[in-house]
Design a protein. Structure first.
Lengths: 332, 527
């Protein structure tokens, strides 16, 4: 068994987090790779695509529901773009409602989950219970007003907002920077996503196109899974650290790596992206280099046809680590 | 290639993610941060701030010679944040002996649903030090002052006591609470979710103002002598209650105000509420036919309607315990409708008004002129009786009994500087002479030598006062030179034991001796 200090090292590196995030990134690469292969759309090939897109998600489902949903959603998005005929998508669309039935049962008919899931609709119904964190988040964001209480002057980060430097970072920023600061953050994130999609559209090869699209959508979903619950638009159960903002060293490494891949795709696109040349600075160069390395590694693995085993291996490691973590928590 | 990417679908996706999604966020942010901002700000303030009172040091209470009767000593309160206490059993095991509580009591508090619980209020310094040395997680100490009464029971009914928050609950502590307490400073404090203070505070921190010291007119030696006189008597004669007032007849300053039973204000929680808050010298009324007759006689003398020579024979018999002859003369005049007598009586002794002494809960006397048969016509509190006696013997000046040595407001000081005359000086002289008949008749019982003394036995010949078996005496003493004129009121509830009817006279004699001895070295006129 892995020692605990290896999974949760003192300086913030988390192997479980790396495995989880890495799995999603690997799935994106694998799906893009699979779809861009020079092969006929035979039922066997389509089944392989399906297996690559869905099986890792099912594997992750056991260990981490949120990561599994994220993985599935990204895969579906890639298929949505890459499958104009809708063959794979239609077959999945038929299967999804059936798979949703147990999910519905598990969410709304087991224990107090229903209250927790629906608490975001009216948190004031149980202000000291399931609605507590929603209320604190709204107070933190709302009290920021137009211009905020000033940098470092927020008080809600002192125990009122849960995980103020991690998942609650946007609420803390909203209190200190106000509406103006929040708009700035949202605009920066939207610009980043827009540039990712632009890189995807301008890419000359299909693999790069789908890769950039998948990664950008993945980052967008993670942003959505942070901002929507924090703003009271979704249940807190899906809360995810805000990419590039939250204190999450492992997630930051993976996010920067993914952004590096997108930058690499962007640099090999038909029309060189102007913003890369204009806004290059040290962190971005660093991310780009890592991305290039990962991209090259991916291509090398793809050529050697061993990539899918690496991908499955990472998923299994993620599964094992997450399960081990859960058993450890239960034991405590 | 298995499938061909669709540019249209990619554009739809990009527009949805990079366009519509941010728009949704902006709308939501605008609702929360612009539209609802005032409401959320209010909620934040309500949740994260609290007003903390910083108390000023309470003023001391000193006797007329500067002896400290009430002071402050360092203490503290021990409290726990229950959410931070990981093992209440261990904490209660370690702590209960230090703070003098049962283990189960500590456990009960630590396991309560409240986040904040007091474990010990006003713990003394050693308890605080021991608790701090234990370094128990979740257990904290708030340093503060504790009120200490160094002479314990002495003058307890005058001093009163304060609650754990330093607010006066009875006596001078209550009456003078505003001056003694000083001015607290309310500080706006930002707190985290566990109640701890957030390191940065944005509110100003005005320093609290300390309270003023209270200089009482009480003399500790006289007070102790009065209390000892009652207490010693209580050892040989069981009685229910007793009280003694010693008053400077010229200034109205109260030198002693003793009451039995008394209490230790340092341990006030061990006594019943009725004992803690009562001060029968100002809160009870006494109906004495003999006092009423003496006051009526004084009024008649002052009005010139009765001559001194006519009064002397009947007063002699009055002094020896018989009320009948004096009552026939005076009450006959009341019955015959001397209407101005009522008005003059009220102007001189003002029985329906409070004496004005600075003690809480004072009640006024009652004069029912239409009920011609005393004693039911007149009821006075002990302090009013002492005040009436002071007017009779001090040359006829109106006085206001006071518990403070120095006046606290200018209007009162003005009143002291220009005393109003209630009686003619000649009348006062004559009344003093009449009152001294008591001394001649009952010299052995009163037993005071070397001073001019006189007074009225409030108990009649049957040892009865208003039907109750009481023993009461109000009188005066003065040096031959005329200085050091005091009034002493003594009363004992004899619990229906008439053979001890002279108890008050004996206590009067002891207190007068002790007071006059004190005044030889501490003359009031020199102050």
């Amino acid at each position: 068994m892995l020692p605990d200090r290896f999974v949760h090292s003192g300086w913030g590196f988390n192997l479980a987090e790396l495995a989880k995030e890495g799995s999603i990134l690997a799935v994106i690469v694998a799906v893009a790779s699979q779809l861009s292969r020079d092969a006929e759309a035979t039922p066997i090939e389509l089944l392989r695509v399906f297996a690559v897109a869905v099986l890792p998600s099912l594997l992750l489902l056991v260990a981490d529901l949120r990561a599994a949903c994220l993985c599935l959603a990204v895969s579906m998005t890639i298929l949505f773009v890459a499958d104009p005929t809708g063959v794979v998508l239609r077959s999945l669309a038929l299967g999804l409602p059936l798979s949703m039935l147990p999910v519905y049962f598990v969410l709304f008919h087991v224990g107090g989950r229903r209250d927790r899931v629906l608490a975001f609709l009216n948190p004031y119904a149980d202000p000291r219970g399931v609605g507590f964190h929603f209320i604190q988040l709204r107070i933190a964001i709302g009290s920021g007003g137009l211009s905020g209480s000033g940098y470092g002057q927020g008080v809600m980060k002192f125990g009122w907002v849960a995980d103020p430097y991690g998942t609650g970072i946007f609420a803390v920023s909203a209190e200190e920077w106000g509406f103006v600061g929040c708009i700035f953050v949202v605009v920066v994130l939207a610009t980043m996503l827009r540039r990712g999609y632009v890189a995807s559209l301008r890419s000359v090869d299909t693999f790069g196109k789908l890769l950039a699209l998948g990664i950008t959508t993945w980052i967008a979903l993670e942003i959505g899974l942070n901002l929507c619950p924090v703003l009271g638009l979704m249940p807190l159960s899906v809360l995810h650290p805000l990419p590039l903002f939250s204190y999450n060293p492992t997630g930051m490494i993976v996010s920067l790596s993914a952004m590096g891949v997108v930058l690499n795709v962007s640099s090999t696109s038909a029309i060189p992206p102007v913003w890369v040349a204009r806004f290059v600075d040290s962190p971005q160069l660093f991310a780009k280099r890592i991305g290039t390395l990962l991209s090259l590694l991916g291509e090398e693995l793809e050529r050697s046809r061993k990539f899918k085993w690496v991908m499955y291996g990472m998923s299994i490691i993620g599964f094992v680590v997450k399960m081990w973590e859960k058993i450890g928590k239960a034991h405590k | 290639m298995i499938l061909a990417p669709s540019r249209t679908r990619a554009l739809i996706l990009a527009a949805a993610v990079a366009g519509l999604f941010p728009l949704l966020l902006v709308v939501r942010l605008a609702y929360l941060q612009v539209w609802s901002a005032p409401d959320f700000r209010l909620r934040r303030e309500r949740e994260t701030t609290e007003h903390v009172e910083l108390k000023g040091t309470r003023g001391l209470i000193l006797d007329r010679d500067g002896i400290v009767l009430a002071q402050n000593v360092p203490a503290g309160s021990i409290f726990a944040m229950t959410s931070e206490v990981s093992d209440p059993g261990v904490v209660s095991n370690n702590l209960h002996e230090q703070i003098g509580l049962d283990r189960s009591q500590v456990m009960l508090r630590l396991t309560s649903r409240q986040g904040f619980v007091w474990l010990k209020r006003q713990a003394d310094e050693s308890q605080i030090a021991e608790t701090e040395n234990l370094h128990l997680k979740g257990v904290y100490v708030r340093h503060s002052d504790k009120r200490l009464y160094p002479f314990a029971e002495a003058a307890s009914h005058v001093l009163g006591f304060v609650d754990v928050d330093g607010h006066g609950l009875s006596g001078v502590e209550l009456f003078d609470d505003a001056q003694l307490h000083g001015k607290d400073a309310a500080v706006l404090r930002y707190r985290d979710s566990r109640g701890g203070e957030i390191p940065f505070g944005r509110s100003k921190r005005p320093a609290p103002t300390g309270g003023e010291n209270a200089h009482l007119s009480i003399s500790l030696p006289v007070q102790l002598a009065a209390e000892k006189a009652i207490e010693q008597y209580s050892r040989s004669v069981p009685f229910q209650s007793g009280k003694v007032i010693v008053l400077d007849a010229d200034s109205g300053q109260i030198l002693a105000l003793a009451e039995y039973p008394n209490f230790d204000p340092n341990k006030f929680s061990k006594y019943p509420d009725t004992l803690l808050t009562q001060n029968s010298c100002v809160q009870t009324l006494v109906a004495s036919q003999r006092m009423f007759l003496a006051l009526l006689a004084t009024t008649e003398l002052d009005g010139g309607t009765v001559d001194m020579p006519d009064l002397i024979p009947s007063w002699r018999r009055f002094s020896s315990g018989s009320n009948r002859e004096l009552a026939e003369i005076l009450l006959g005049r009341v019955r015959r409708g001397h209407s101005d007598l009522h008005e003059r009586f009220t102007n001189i002794f003002d029985p329906d008004a409070k004496s004005g002494v600075e003690l809480p809960g004072e009640i006024a006397g009652h004069l029912d002129w239409d009920r011609v048969k005393p004693p039911r016509g007149l009821s006075l509190s002990p302090i009013q009786m002492a005040k009436a006696m002071a007017i009779m013997v001090n040359g006829g000046s109106k006085i206001k009994p006071t518990i403070f040595r120095s006046e606290r407001d200018s209007s009162s000081a003005q009143a002291v500087r220009t005393p109003q005359k209630a009686l003619l000086s000649a009348t006062s002289r004559e009344v003093r002479s009449l009152l001294q008949q008591v001394d001649r008749v009952r010299h052995n019982e009163v037993g005071v030598g070397g001073y001019q003394i006189g007074g009225i036995d409030l108990t009649d010949a049957h040892g009865s006062m208003h039907g109750d078996r009481m023993s009461g005496f109000v009188g005066f003493a003065q040096e031959d030179s005329g200085d050091g004129r005091i009034v002493v009121f003594a009363m004992i509830d004899m619990a229906n034991k008439p053979k001890y009817a002279d108890a008050a006279r004996r206590i009067f004699a002891v207190v007068v001796n002790e007071t006059m001895r004190y005044l030889e070295s501490h003359p009031i006129a020199a102050r």
